[in-house]
Design a protein around this ligand. Structure first.
Ligand code: S3P
Length: 169
C-alpha cells in the first residue's frame, strides 16, 4: 500500500491509532513530531519558544519531505502540518492521506486531560479552549477535507481503517 499519512487536529488520536494500524498492517510507524524533535535536539515546545512558529512550520515541512521512508509505513503528522506550504499536496502525491475527523467539543475534552505540552494551546481552558478549537478547525478543515479518505474519529479502530482502505483501493 505504500505510505499512509494520518492527518487531523491535535488530540484526534493520530499517534495512538497510527501505532495500532501500523502493527495491524505489519508496516513501520513514524511520527513526524518525534522525528523533528530528534533532528532539532529539543521538544516542539522548546523549538516554538526559541525560534517561533514560522521556523517550526519550515522545519516540519522539511522533515515531511526529506525523511527517508520505508516502502510501507503509517505516518502520523502534526495537526498544523497539512495547512502550510504544499504539504498536503505532497502527501497526496506520495501516499494515501486519511483525515481523522472529530467535533471541537470532543477534541477539547481529550486535550484538556493531556499531559503533552502543546505550544498552540498554552493557557487555554474550558469554554475558551472549545472556542479556540472551533475557530482553528474551521480554518484548517479546508485543508483536512482534501484528504483522500475522511473518517469519523469516534470509536475508530485500526480494523475499521483497514476495511476503509481496502474498500477504497
Ligand atoms: C500542532 C500540533 C502538534 C505539533 C505542534 C503544532 C498544531 O502536533 O506539531 O505542537 O499546530 O496543531 P499533534 O497534532 O501531534 O499534537
Amino acid at each position: 500500500m505504500g505510505l499512509i499519512f494520518l492527518i487531523g487536529f491535535m488530540g484526534s488520536g493520530k499517534t495512538t491509532l497510527g501505532r495500532k494500524l501500523a502493527s495491524r498492517l505489519g508496516y513501520a510507524f513514524m511520527d513526524l513530531d518525534d522525528i523533528l524533535e530528534a533532528r532539532e535536539g529539543m521538544t516542539i515546545a522548546q523549538y516554538f519558544s526559541r525560534f517561533g512558529e514560522d521556523a517550526f512550520r519550515k522545519s516540519e515541512s522539511d522533515v515531511l519531505k526529506h525523511t527517508q521512508y520505508p516502502e510501507n509505513a503509517v505516518v502520523s503528522t502534526g495537526g498544523g502540518l497539512p495547512c502550510f506550504f504544499d504539504n498536503l499536496q505532497w502527501m497526496n502525491a506520495h501516499g494515501k492521506t486519511i483525515y481523522i475527523k472529530l467535533a471541537p467539543k470532543i477534541l477539547a475534552d481529550r486535550l484538556k486531560n493531556e499531559r503533552v505540552e502543546r505550544p498552540v494551546l498554552i493557557g487555554k481552558q474550558g469554554g475558551e479552549l472549545v472556542a479556540f478549537i472551533e475557530q482553528k478547525l474551521a480554518e484548517r478543515e479546508k485543508f483536512y477535507n482534501q484528504a483522500a479518505i475522511i473518517t469519523d474519529g469516534l470509536s475508530l479502530t485500526a480494523d475499521k481503517v483497514v476495511q476503509i482502505l481496502n474498500a477504497a483501493t
